[in-house]
Design a protein around this ligand. Structure first.
Ligand SMILES: [Mn+2]
Length: 441
């Protein structure tokens, strides 16, 4: 794969001589950090380029892009692998760095792509691929390794530290990895990070400053200390107290993991928090601020932090609402139709947090639904580490009900947008499907 990457970089330099570039990326953390790495790389090459960040690569978007200026070179990052059918008709070369599922047989000579699936290689996120591309262009781009690490954490690949990631970690300056509790931010006072920590939900503590005080007092830990500053003994005490509150089911792995600490804006930051902040800004409708934040623009930093603060509050409120909401509980699944009680922009995050709350047995399928004007956003997550293919579950439901909706995602996390008028039909059919799925095992 590395060889192909270096050839792709050479081809790119050759083809892009005197031509403008059109960069198109995805709006999640991996996509934004990929775009940031590419932006820096292209600027350093003195290339003219424009950038577009999209939620998804719908057919009409590709049509639009293909019919723009022919002299312009299309360059996709963190998407396009499932759109080869449409892109192969381009008369000009199309560059793609992506890690989503792909049918390699469709690739023709116009498609210049690196996707780890084509090499039977271990997983690597798009920010990682963009970094490898940047490094193949010039060793001077090695300072972008930290940005790639943010993308890696954004796509939750930090637990699969394979050889690609080891290489990027080795290239990163100022990166520190430390085993700890997965509470973020690890670099802010505990009284705040515990209250707002949503990497998992601690009953009585998450969202409650009083609960946080109690937790810290019983362990004799100052709320002004950061997680990063705690001694091993203090951390282990804290873990025990948290597990007790989480109706521990013996699964400690979910709350423990590696902390990634990096220097960003000249301050030690928790990479997990940077990743969530970028994601929040982008999903709430400010992808350009998220990108400028990655490019270390001081003004964007303030704006991004304001958006993030507001997002954290909304998330805490949504989690409180989720606790109260009526749910359809079945064997091995739960459907929560939040209607207008939770915003569609955060229903996915809420469902993710619930899936790691230890209230659900490993393998349980969680479905969150929230209104989005005349549509409904559906998010599927699975508790624990393995389970059924969620993308298939949603696709099956949609095909049976003959709805017209595209399902995005993969095994462990999937989602779709359905029409509000299909609400009842969808819930009924989904429930039936999930009951069958459970019988199968
Ligand atoms: Mn990605």
């Amino acid at each position: 794969m590395l060889n192909t990457m270096s050839n792709l970089a050479k081809e790119f330099l050759e083809i892009s001589k005197d031509r403008q570039i059109r960069l198109i990326s995805h709006y999640d953390t991996d996509g934004i950090t990929s775009a940031a790495i590419m932006t820096r790389t292209l600027k350093r090459l003195d290339k003219k380029f424009t950038l577009r960040i999209v939620k998804g690569l719908e057919k009409n978007i590709i049509e639009e892009e293909l019919s723009r200026n022919k002299r312009e070179i299309l360059f996709f990052v963190d998407l396009a692998s499932s759109s080869i059918d449409q892109l192969r008709s381009s008369s000009e070369p199309v560059f793609i760095l992506d890690h989503h599922e792909i049918d390699g047989s469709k690739i023709n000579e116009k498609i210049k792509i690196v996707n780890p699936h084509l090499f039977n290689e271990e997983e690597i996120c798009s920010a990682g691929l963009s970094y490898l591309f940047a490094k193949a262009i010039s060793e001077k781009n090695k300072d972008l390794a930290n940005t790639a690490i943010i993308g890696m954490v954004g796509d939750r690949h930090e637990t699969k530290l394979n050889k690609h990631y080891q290489l990027i970690i080795n290239d990163s300056e100022n990166l520190e990895i430390k085993k700890s509790l997965l509470i973020f931010s690890a670099t802010r006072p505990l009284r705040k990070s515990l209250e707002y920590s949503t990497s998992f939900y601690i009953p009585g503590v998450t969202g409650s400053s009083k609960g946080v005080q109690e937790l810290l007092r019983e362990n004799g830990i100052s709320g002004e200390k950061t997680l990063y500053e705690l001694t091993d003994e203090e951390i282990s005490k804290l873990i025990t107290s948290i597990l007790i509150r989480m109706v521990a089911k013996g699964d400690k792995t979910e709350i423990l993991g590696n902390l990634y600490i990096t220097k960003f804006y000249n301050r030690k930051e928790d990479v997990r928090e940077l990743s969530v902040l970028i994601n929040a800004c982008s999903r709430l409708g400010f992808p350009e601020i998220a990108l400028s934040f990655c490019l270390q623009n001081e003004k964007a930093k303030e704006q991004a932090q304001d958006i993030y603060t507001q997002y954290k509050q909304e998330l805490i409120d949504a989690l409180k609402n989720a606790e109260k909401l009526e749910k359809i509980q079945g064997r091995g699944f739960m459907i929560m139709n939040a209607k207008d009680q939770i915003k569609d922009t955060i229903i996915g995050t809420v469902t993710s947090i619930l899936s790691s709350s230890l209230d659900y047995e490993s393998g349980t399928i969680l479905i969150g639904m929230a209104y989005n004007q005349d549509k409904i956003k559906v998010s599927a997550r699975v508790a624990g580490r393995d389970g059924k293919n969620l993308k298939e579950v949603l696709e099956k439901t949609i095909s049976i009900t003959q709805m017209n909706a595209e399902v995005g995602g993969h095994h462990m996390a999937a989602g779709c947008l359905i029409k509000k008028e299909d609400e009842q039909k969808f819930v009924e059919e989904l429930r039936k499907n999930l009951e069958i799925e459970v019988v199968k095992i």
